[in-house]
Design a protein around this ligand. Structure first.
Ligand SMILES: Cc1cc2nc3c(=O)[nH]c(=O)nc-3n(C[C@H](O)[C@H](O)[C@H](O)COP(=O)(O)OP(=O)(O)OC[C@H]3O[C@@H](n4cnc5c(N)ncnc54)[C@H](O)[C@@H]3O)c2cc1C
Ligand SMILES: *[C@@H]1O[C@H](CO)[C@@H](O)[C@H](O)[C@H]1NC(C)=O
Ligand SMILES: *[C@@H]1O[C@H](CO)[C@@H](O)[C@H](O)[C@H]1NC(C)=O
Ligand SMILES: *[C@@H]1O[C@H](CO)[C@@H](O)[C@H](O)[C@H]1NC(C)=O
Ligand SMILES: *[C@@H]1O[C@H](CO)[C@@H](O)[C@H](O)[C@H]1NC(C)=O
Length: 522
């Protein structure tokens, strides 16, 4: 009896567990299979948690279109889409959001809606869908290279014809411009690009979305992860096993890949599926030590360097009142003399503050780029101060910054009662995707200077057989052992990168590559 081929999957996130599930259920024990995970939990960038006795998502939140989504299919089949408890479903953001601008004005929807219509139409155009709204804007997309300047020319073309009333120090045009910036800030959190001028325009039309509603998962995103992991026998998934070096490319017949772990242990494997994030790969090729030995061939490391990978974080705050409205936040320009200097810079590109469901005391905001990184460094007190100052300056609402329960106004003691007129923040929880060495950011995007081809290059297994470059240490092409290092993860999917379903498909792809290689068909 020959030894079973040993497959080690690095990372127990969506891609790694999908690959493990597929390999296990289709191979009838042909393989010696393990999943090594550097962290102390499974799920990776899926991190369902609890805050203020509510179920919340620190990472992946939405099923981006239920039509045809494999994540939706699993969530539905496992009964994860229903729950007796309320969950982070954002049911009060749709249609009911109120828009406030710096200076303390609420803006009428009749001003916000045309700008939102324009923004959405421009993004649809960038994504290759025709629409009537922007037809009149004349060729603005012809020479577009990045999403940021494309949006700017779209807005400029649209605005040349406007007039109408403003509010206070706001002219109508400056107001519309600020509202447009707010939608652009939402786009920063969708893409993780700190600056939309670094987001490649051409790639935008390659990105695919599923049709249908976007929903969250009532029992938590992690229920999909648990379902995938549930078929694997005990011991297949190994937690707290961080890989520090991947030696590959030797001519050895058995176990040509050697994995070094942070505890000094060593495992050899026939095939390794690397699912670590693009951020971890970037760090892995930049550091002197290097995650790969020999270093990755140029075609691979160039793709890793060129593609974009940004930081997006979520901030949850528990407030003293229920039925807080969903707010859209419109800030003045950086160079405006009318700005409230007390609002910290890291709040100024936050587009919304909204309860996670209509009866919740938990409010959620999304942060991207520099602001998201700064959020990770702030103390809870700084965050409370910044959020409350922002709410006060935009809505005129009375807020209270200390968290103790001393008398508020003369005679009236704050007792944590829901009906308090004065808004307080009682608790804070934030994600930390940027600083965590197992992630180093949130998700990938096609940066200016890269393209969909780089995403395909990310997916190519090593060594590259019969192609120049990438043979590793084996100099005899005929002896080279195939499929030593394989790559899965959201950053390896050309049209669904950045998503959980992209990660899912990439896991299936690499599992099936191996099943085909071994002619397994169970
Ligand atoms: C804040 C946030 C919001 C998001 N929102 C959405 C959303 O609404 N909808 C959506 O579809 N997607 C969303 N995403 C993206 C989605 O979460 C990811 O695309 C997807 O989960 C990535 O899965 P993956 O398997 O490719 O990578 P990961 O989940 O990162 O899995 C890789 C695993 O490798 C482990 N690892 C790293 N280094 C090592 C090492 N050296 N040794 C061993 N193990 C290691 C990590 O701990 C991790 O568990 C969001 C992500 C974030 C951060
Ligand atoms: C799976 O493997 C077992 C043991 O090797 C064998 O008896 C069985 O027939 C196999 N199943 C299929 C479907 O081939
Ligand atoms: C696009 O570029 C071409 C060539 O430089 C130029 O002739 C054309 O006017 C540009 N189109 C727009 C809409 O700017
Ligand atoms: C505060 O309350 C006390 C006792 O009820 C009263 O005598 C006093 O005038 C109040 N002060 C103010 C500023 O309202
Ligand atoms: C995952 O969630 C836990 C809370 O349950 C939190 O402590 C941790 O920081 C989260 N991970 C990241 C990377 O944000």
């Amino acid at each position: 009896m020959t030894k079973k081929p040993r497959i080690v999957i690095i990372g127990a996130g969506m891609a790694g567990l999908t690959a493990a599930n597929e390999l296990y259920t289709h191979s009838n024990s042909t393989f010696d299979l393990s999943v090594v995970e550097g962290g102390s939990r499974i799920g990776g960038r899926i991190n369902t948690s609890e805050f203020s006795s509510e179920r919340i998502e620190m990472g992946a939140t939405w099923i981006h279109g239920i039509g045809g989504s494999p994540v939706y299919r699993i969530a539905e089949e496992t009964g994860s889409l229903v729950s007796d408890e309320p969950w982070e479903c954002m049911d009060s953001t749709v249609d009911k959001a109120r828009t406030f601008v710096e200076g303390g004005f609420e803006v009428d929807p009749s001003i916000v809606e045309p700008v939102s219509g324009l923004f959405n139409a421009l993004m649809e155009l960038a994504q290759g869908k025709e629409n009537d709204v922007v037809l009149g804007l004349g060729g603005i997309y012809e020479n577009a290279t990045n999403v940021g300047s494309f949006l700017k020319s779209g807005f400029d073309a649209y605005c040349s014809s406007n007039g109408g009333e403003g509010y206070g120090t706001w002219s109508r045009r400056s107001l519309e411009e600020a509202i447009f910036r707010m939608f652009s800030n939402t786009q920063r959190t969708y893409t993780s690009a700190d600056d939309l001028t670094t987001l490649d325009y051409a790639a935008e039309s390659e990105y695919q979305m599923f049709p249908g509603e976007e929903i969250t998962i009532a029992k938590g995103y992690v229920s999909v992860i648990h379902h995938l992991a549930s078929v694997l026998p005990q011991g297949v998934i190994q937690l707290n096993r961080r890989v520090t070096k991947i030696e590959w490319g030797s001519c050895e017949k058995e176990g040509p890949v050697k994995l070094h772990f942070s505890d000094g242990s060593l495992v050899s494997a026939d095939h390794v599926i690397v699912t670590v994030s693009l951020g971890v790969l970037k760090a892995g090729i930049e550091s002197d030590e290097g995650l790969f030995s020999p270093p990755l061939p140029e075609f691979k490391s160039d793709a890793i360097k060129r593609l974009g990978y940004g930081v997006v974080n979520k901030l949850f705050v528990e407030v003293s009142q229920r039925h807080f409205p969903s707010l859209q936040l419109v800030f003045d320009r950086e160079d405006s003399e009318f700005r409230f200097v007390k609002i910290p810079w890291w709040m100024r590109r936050t587009a919304t503050i909204a309860p996670i469901h209509s009866n919740s005391k938990v409010l959620l905001s999304w942060f991207a780029g520099k602001e998201a990184l700064e959020l990770e460094k702030l103390t809870d007190e700084e965050i409370i101060d910044g959020v409350l100052t922002t709410i006060a300056c935009l809505t005129g609402k009375e807020v209270r910054k200390d968290t103790d329960t001393k008398p508020l106004v003369n005679g009236s003691v704050n007792n944590g009662n829901d009906d308090d007129e004065v808004l307080r923040i009682t608790k804070v929880l934030k994600s930390r995707w940027g600083g965590d060495p197992l992630f180093r950011g949130s998700y990938s995007y096609v940066a200016v200077g890269s393209s969909g081809d780089d995403l395909d290059a990310m997916a190519e297994p090593l060594p590259r057989v019969n192609k120049k470059g990438g043979q590793g240490n084996c100099h005899d092409q005929n002896k080279v052992h195939e499929l030593q290092v394989m790559f899965a993860g959201e950053a390896t999917h050309r049209t669904h990168y950045s998503t959980t379903h992209g990660a899912y498909y990439s896991g299936l792809r690499e599992a099936n590559r191996l099943l085909k290689h071994y002619k397994c068909d169970f």
